[in-house]
Design a protein around this ligand. Structure first.
Ligand SMILES: [Zn+2]
Length: 680
């Protein structure tokens, strides 16, 4: 019954006692019992049964509705359902045995169904609506008001006929969303290259991995490891153009009908519930609050990004004109290649030069030390603690020596494991009842006897990012209610604390703590950090502008009646207008824009949270982010409240005002500030 969580937060519960003291001696890890598939099923079914008992008891109450006889039971149901959903969601992605993962997938469906049933339970809704809240604190008021809003957005207060329709539309939408996503992942494409000279510019190891086949042709696919090196390094315009087109059309035309059906279903849901568009309906329980505010954000961000983006564009065109004299436009298939050229020629930075300073174990310890200093906590590894896989580490988080949470690190690839990076919640923290738990699931290179697992700078940034989610879950998990614990606020705030932590990688003071050469132990040279930061700053405005173009496409597709939307026109116009990049005719990118399924009109979230994250980080002393009171205020005002108030109020609590674009603008134009300027 919690709002949908964006950043792929799945979930893991431990055995939940109702009266545990807040101490790990009383809250053993679920893996202490090393559950097999049957034990897993029992744990899950016990959670679901406990949730149902709480709901039945709540509904059976005849007396006036109070916190004790109603909200406590409701929150118990929320906690039990979350626990079941978290565990199955994680196990589906990480358990080493396929049979166990399949069991978990079935359990994910079962727990989702139980959560949906609660969201449409009229008796529970009426009970909460009649709750006597006098004398309760503001967090409890906020919790109940937010739950009532979620109930109404699900249509719980509508008549039977409307509810039947809504249920059917929701079922249709789930099917349409998964068809849309499946068509994209099934649609991986490839192109054939006849002349090996077309691979000029690509790294030697790439060329060696792409030898001509029996037919004399080289196959290049649209999967990331094949795609990005070509886009960044291949000198051949034709090769980049063909591969980019193959990627953009990988679900075309199959997904056009699916997308139109999805737009139609969403429009019907929104209008049945009294809203003029899906974008407006979907914004109701977000920080942004309305479709009109999404349009305003896109327009404000456009104004902030354009001037710097134009300067970057001039540098890209200058690089392009060396090859194509007189060129006046940048095309989609040139949009990785020329930035790479500029980074090399103007900033003298090769990203491989920093890898020796980032062996995995050193980075892990560095991030733990950084988080400990920044958030005023300590970390302690539980030695020999069993987990779902031998390589998984179990860590306690302590505040003034007292345990306040636990997390698991499952950091290296293995067959059948989730292939991206994400934080998965496992248990909601409820003060005096249950400590919060979470897992980080990543795919960083594992250290071996001969290789210390040197990380790319992008991987180190990802580690910081995911650790930001983790600390948010743990520090926000000290609430009185499970339903407002951890990352449970409006989901267009979720990526702010994680993106805030990413910024630390720019700080020489932070890097000095752990970036040491894996052979010599020498700290990373200051001038290398400076060059890395300058190179990283190039192209930010263009990146933001293109993200904004995608936000505009996602909003424009859902802001009105589907019959009024010309998909080709909307996507081409927005891309040129906001992104200043021309699309190769015939790309139909909307059919492979996966976020149109799960984020729908909410793609703006990424840049919305970037603005907030940069405004947050600007409050810190960049030369020494640990200095002064800022980090403790950040912990208290941003992380600790969890979902006990609107994220708009969290932001005001820390900044003393609403977020604004000042820091975002400075971040975008950092390359042109002071001595870093080498461009026009
Ligand atoms: Zn994230």
């Amino acid at each position: 019954m919690k709002p949908f969580r964006s950043c792929i937060l799945a979930l893991l519960p431990l055995v939940i006692g109702t009266a545990w003291a807040q101490d790990f001696s009383a809250q053993p890890s679920i893996w202490a019992g090393k559950p097999d598939g049957n034990a897993f099923d029992k744990i899950e079914n016990d959670h679901l049964a406990a949730a149902q008992r709480a709901i039945d008891a709540l509904v059976a109450v005849k007396a006036p509705r109070t916190i004790d006889n109603t909200l406590k039971l409701f929150d118990e149901a929320v906690m039990q359902l979350d626990s079941a959903a978290y565990l199955s969601g994680l196990m589906e992605q990480v358990h080493p045995e396929e049979a166990f993962r399949n069991k978990a997938t079935a359990m994910v469906a079962k727990t989702n169904a139980a959560q949906t049933a609660l969201s449409l339970n009229r008796e529970v809704y009426r009970a909460l609506a009649h709750l006597d809240l006098s004398g309760s604190d503001s967090a409890t008021h906020y919790y109940v008001q937010r739950q009532l809003l979620e109930f109404r957005l699900a249509g719980v207060d509508r008549d039977d006929a409307t509810q039947t329709k809504l249920k059917k539309l929701q079922d249709d939408l789930i099917k349409e969303q998964s068809a849309f996503e499946r068509n994209i992942s099934d649609g991986e494409n490839s192109i054939a290259v006849t002349d090996p000279a077309d691979l000029q510019g690509l790294p030697q190891d790439y060329i060696e991995r792409h030898k001509p086949g029996a037919n004399g042709k080289i196959q290049i696919s649209t999967t990331y490891p094949d795609f990005y090196p070509v886009m960044k390094f291949a000198k051949s315009d034709e090769l980049r153009r063909r591969l980019n087109l193959a990627s953009d059309t990988r679900a075309y035309p199959k997904n056009t009908a699916v997308l139109k059906a999805m737009m139609g279903t969403r429009y019907e849901i929104a209008t049945l519930l009294g809203y003029s568009s899906w974008a407006d309906y979907n914004a109701q329980d977000k920080m942004i609050r309305s479709g009109a505010n999404i349009a305003k954000f896109i327009s404000d961000l456009d104004a902030a990004a354009q001037p710097t983006m134009q300067r970057e564009l001039a540098m890209l065109l200058e690089a392009k004109q060396k090859v194509h004299p007189g060129a006046s436009e940048i095309w989609d298939y040139e949009n990785w290649y020329y930035p790479e050229q500029v980074r090399r020629s103007k900033f003298d930075f090769d990203s491989q030069a920093v890898r020796p300073y980032f062996p995995y174990q050193q980075v892990k310890q560095g991030i733990l030390d950084t988080a400990a200093k920044l958030f005023h906590v300590t970390f302690r590894q539980e030695q020999n603690a069993p987990a779902w896989e031998a390589a998984v580490e179990t860590w306690d988080v302590l505040d003034n020596g007292k345990p306040i949470g636990r997390f698991y690190l499952d950091m290296h690839p293995r067959t059948g494991k989730y292939s991206h990076a994400a934080q998965f919640p496992l248990l909601d923290g409820v003060h005096g009842k249950q400590l919060p738990e979470a897992a980080l699931v990543c795919n960083f290179p594992a250290p071996t006897a001969t290789d210390p697992g040197l990380m790319e700078i992008g991987d180190v940034t990802t580690f910081f990012h995911e650790f930001g989610h983790l600390m948010h879950h743990i520090l926000g998990g000290q609430q009185h209610w499970a339903g407002i614990a951890g990352i449970s606020m409006e989901n267009d705030f979720v990526e702010a604390p994680s993106q805030m932590l990413e910024e630390l990688i720019r700080s020489p003071a932070v890097l000095a703590g752990f970036a040491k050469h894996y052979k010599s132990g020498e700290p990373i040279p200051a001038d290398l950090v400076a060059r890395m930061n300058r190179a990283a700053a190039f192209g930010r405005a263009g990146f933001v502008a293109r993200q904004n173009a995608l936000s505009a496409i996602s909003y424009d597709i859902y802001k009105t009646k589907p019959a009024d939307v010309d998909l080709d026109k909307v996507s081409e116009d927005d891309y040129v207008r906001y992104g200043a990049i021309h699309r190769t005719p015939g790309t139909h990118m909307y059919d492979s824009f996966g976020h149109l399924a799960n984020y729908s009109s909410m793609y703006y979230t990424y840049m919305w949270d970037k603005e907030i994250a940069l405004d947050f980080y600007a409050q810190f002393d960049v030369r020494n982010p640990f200095a002064g009171e800022t980090s403790i205020r950040y912990r208290q005002h941003v992380l600790e409240p969890g979902g006990s108030m609107s994220a708009n109020d969290l932001v005001k609590g820390f900044l003393g005002r609403a977020q604004n674009m000042t820091a975002f603008k400075a971040w975008m134009s950092e390359q042109f500030a002071g001595s870093a300027t080498k461009g026009p």
